[in-house]
Write a protein that binds this ligand. Structure first.
Ligand SMILES: *Cc1c(COP(=O)(O)O)cnc(C)c1O
Length: 344
């Protein structure tokens, strides 16, 4: 019988990260991004702990409705393309929709008309990322269609937004120019915008001149720094991943975490924290891994795979970097089988 690995999450760390991000970006306000089940930290307790936050970024409508159920007064933003049915439920639940194609705009208009309700929308300009968003040359027609629908009472254009590539400061500056021009055109067309938003964690923190009235921040609130990026002052990892020593002897200590729990098998060589100090992972199997031994190793000892670093363990971004990726990949790959525990 093997134990399951454990992801231990600190409520106070999440709350103090949120406070640090909010202070850094002020007077812009924080939109806490909670997609992917709050980066696999677990949506419900995250929302509960984030009681000082007014805006939530959900990605999809299903997540947005879960947020709405917990926070009747918050503003919730969903920007993934949704079905007619989801759009309807979003409008009924006062969820703001991100709209970045003419097609989708039409779908939102149709749904709101059918329900006799007013949809709150944030229009998305494509500032160069080519992910989704309206190209600058199509922006005037898109704005005209949205404002026409606003005048007929089926939607309200409450926001303008885009997403940066964060490939270089120069790229982001250019995108910000496109964004400002598009936003000005939207205002000229009569939109009374409540919010403008452009930046995610890194640009929100480091590039004050790019911040809109709100900043969409996920990673930094969970204490996940950017790949190849510095530690963020006042921000600590919320989650600690640990596993239990199952067998001692042979070439090392077998611990109860493997690739089927979401630990990439290419992380061999990664330093982890043991009760006897920092040791390397020697091999990673499907259900368990072998770690270099330490003095006095005993079954039941806990090995920290990543965390805030108090015992010498790396942070989740360092694990991502080891496999030429980012911390989010390590966080998001973690299997639901890993036990989640929230502590104060
Ligand atoms: C995920 C996401 C964010 C948050 O990014 P972080 O780097 O985690 O802060 C912001 N905006 C959009 C559109 C996203 O998809």
């Amino acid at each position: 019988m093997t134990s399951v690995p454990e992801l231990t999450m600190s409520r106070s760390a999440l709350r103090s990260n949120i406070a640090a991000v909010a202070a850094q970006i002020a007077p812009s306000r924080l939109m806490l991004v909670v997609k992917d089940d709050a980066y696999r930290h677990g949506l419900e307790w995250t929302i509960d702990a984030a009681d000082q936050v007014h805006w939530f970024g959900a990605y999809d409508v299903v997540t947005a409705l879960r947020v709405r159920a917990l926070r009747p007064d918050a503003r919730v933003f969903a920007w993934a393309l949704a079905t007619h049915d989801e759009i309807g439920r979003a409008i009924e639940s006062d969820v703001d929709l991100g709209v970045g194609t003419m097609d989708y705009l039409q779908r939102v208009i149709d749904t709101a008309s059918r329900l006799g309700l007013v949809a709150r929308v944030h229009l998305k300009i494509d500032t160069g990322l080519h992910r989704n968003g309206v190209r600058p040359e199509q922006w005037p027609a898109f704005v005209a269609a949205a404002m026409q629908a606003q005048r007929s009472g089926v939607l309200r254009v409450v926001g303008a937004w885009s997403h940066l590539s964060e490939a270089s400061d120069a790229d982001d500056d250019e995108s910000a120019d496109v964004f400002r021009t598009a936003t000005a055109a939207l205002r000229d067309a009569g939109a009374d915008l409540e919010v403008e938003h452009l930046t995610a964690s890194a640009a929100s923190w480091w590039r004050p001149e790019l911040r809109g009235s709100i900043c969409r921040v996920g990673a930094f609130c969970y204490g996940i720094r950017s790949g190849d990026g510095p530690q963020i002052p006042g921000v600590v990892p919320v989650a600690t991943l640990s596993a239990r020593a199952e067998r001692v002897g042979g070439e090392g200590v077998e611990v109860g975490i493997g690739s089927l729990h979401g630990l990439p098998s290419t992380l061999t060589g990664q330093p982890v924290a043991t009760p006897g100090g920092v040791r390397s992972i020697l091999s990673i199997g499907p259900h368990s891994s072998v770690v270099e031994g330490w003095d006095g190793a005993a079954v039941g000892d806990r090995v920290l795979i990543h965390g805030p670093g108090d015992q010498g363990e790396a942070d989740v971004t360092a694990l991502g970097e080891r496999i030429d990726s980012i911390g989010e990949e390590i966080a998001l790959r973690l299997s639901p089988r890993v036990r989640r525990t929230v502590v104060d």
